[in-house]
Write a protein that binds this ligand. Structure first.
Ligand code: EPU
Length: 418
């Protein structure tokens, strides 16, 4: 599919089952590269980024089998998607090729696991992307502190370890704060290092904790995950394990905003609202009504959207991955909202497209000032990255007339049957 044609004006009503988290599943699949024996991972969403990761770990010697769902399907009861079975059969290949890395930056997640387990890793250097410059210097620096050496060769990072990695105490924060995948890469590598590692300035995102919980099931010794100081006691080997990926907090937040923007009513199942506290705090301030019942949330909205000020921050702050979707909602607020992007200061490609739909947004550096308008109008718009695309779909659903969104393959990277 190349485009979505969205006829605006319908109220969303119904039930949606939230998938397993993309950003948890990707590093979790990479972490299974360190296991001896079979790993079984449940709740892995069916997304093109996941397909790319499966292809990558396949090239790195894993046999990956996806079991079919047993019965039902999305939106029809409990999560029934078939688990993924992963077994490492051959450890000779150590290279993540450009052809895969260029389609998915999360390929960098294999760096720590293969370096720790195989002693060598060659990973194509991910380039910039639509949401800005995305360096991997912190990943490399953390692994260097564990004793790996790196050089760049023909666009690749080539890492090597003589013997085992060595545990140490390190600071891993960068200019924009902690790094999620960098923390996961170093934490994974430290599980197989000799001695103890302490990562100070670690990311606290639930996806880091989810990966730590899988690693513990594999035999790793990790404490302090979910806090800025993670402590790892190295072990000699890890075994395959079974694990269920946490629900996708960004998919959940996107559907909450979808209900709110269309003045609809949705019942969302398989949610972990604790992972979305800053998001729901802001959304309730805007006028979204949420009723929680264990893993289910009922969303409805007051017609009036109150303007807010919001800054994206590392967890537990408001997630950058919901910034674009919230902005689509604020376009229709009763006043002026201010949104500041602290994680990826250039992540504003949706601004120009929303303005084409009649929004009034002015950008000043990492800040967008949004003057609410009475209505949006359908237009031809272009998807540029995953979350910007989701925001444009939401805007299209409430706009007057028809919106044509091109390059929708971005959506399939992060939303299953959106
Ligand atoms: N940074 C560095 N050096 C590094 C790594 C990061 O300077 O070596 C900077 C980044 O440029 C950014 C900040 O640190 O300014 C934080 O980036 P982080 O490393 O945390 O991002 P990431 O781990 O590469 C993950 C998610 C992103 C999400 C960010 C922030 C995955 C696969 N990706 O990326 O998700 O926006 O954390 O929460 O987990 C998405 O799903 O749409 C998405 C982009």
């Amino acid at each position: 599919m190349d485009s979505f044609l969205i006829r605006g004006g319908s109220r969303l009503k119904g039930k949606v089952e939230i998938s397993g988290s993309k950003n948890s599943a990707l590093p979790i699949l990479a972490a299974t590269l360190m296991a001896e024996g079979k790993s079984v991972i449940q709740g892995v969403p069916r997304l093109s980024d996941i397909d790319s990761m499966i292809k990558l770990i396949g090239e790195l010697g894993c046999q990956v089998v996806r079991h079919e769902p047993t019965s039902g399907g999305r939106g029809m009861g409990p999560v029934l998607d078939g688990p993924l079975e992963i077994e490492v059969l051959d450890e000779r290949q150590c290279e993540a090729r450009y052809e895969i890395v260029k389609t998915m930056r999360a390929s960098i997640c294999v760096l720590g696991p293969i370096l720790a387990k195989r002693g060598k890793a060659v990973v194509s250097i991910p380039g910039g992307c639509a949401i800005g410059d995305r360096p991997v210097d912190l990943h490399v620096r953390g692994l260097e502190k564990l004793g790996a050496t790196f050089r760049t060769e023909n666009g690749n990072i080539v890492g090597q370890v003589h013997g085992r990695l060595k545990g140490c105490r390190m600071y891993l924060g960068g200019a924009q704060g902690p790094t999620v995948l960098g923390t996961i890469n170093v934490m994974c590598a430290a599980t197989l290092a000799e001695g103890d590692t302490t990562i100070v300035g670690a990311a606290c995102e639930p996806e880091v904790s989810d990966c730590a919980e899988l690693l513990i099931k594999m035999g790793a010794r990790i404490k302090g995950y979910g806090t800025p100081e993670i402590r790892v006691e190295g072990v000699e080997k890890l075994a395959g394990a079974e694990h269920r990926v946490i629900p996708d907090r960004i998919e959940c937040g996107t559907f909450i905003i979808a209900a709110a923007i269309t003045n609809g009513e949705l019942e969302l199942k398989n949610c972990n609202m604790d992972h979305l506290l800053a998001g729901t705090d802001r959304l309730e301030e805007v006028g979204v009504r949420l009723e929680r019942d264990h893993g289910t949330v009922f969303v409805s909205s007051s017609r009036r959207i109150t303007p807010v000020e919001m800054t994206t921050q590392p967890y537990p702050g408001f997630p950058t991955d919901l910034q674009a979707q919230l902005m689509a909602l604020l376009c229709l607020s009763d006043g002026i909202s201010v949104v500041t992007e602290r994680i990826f200061p250039d992540r504003f490609l949706h601004v120009g497209e929303l303005n084409r739909m009649g929004a009034r947004i002015r950008k000043e550096g990492p800040t967008a000032i949004i003057q609410g308008v009475k209505e949006l109008q359908g237009a031809n718009v272009m998807a540029s990255d995953l979350r910007a695309s989701a925001a444009l779909v939401l805007a299209g659903m409430v706009a007057k007339g028809t919106t044509r969104l091109d390059r929708v393959y971005h959506i399939g990277r992060g939303y299953e049957k959106f």
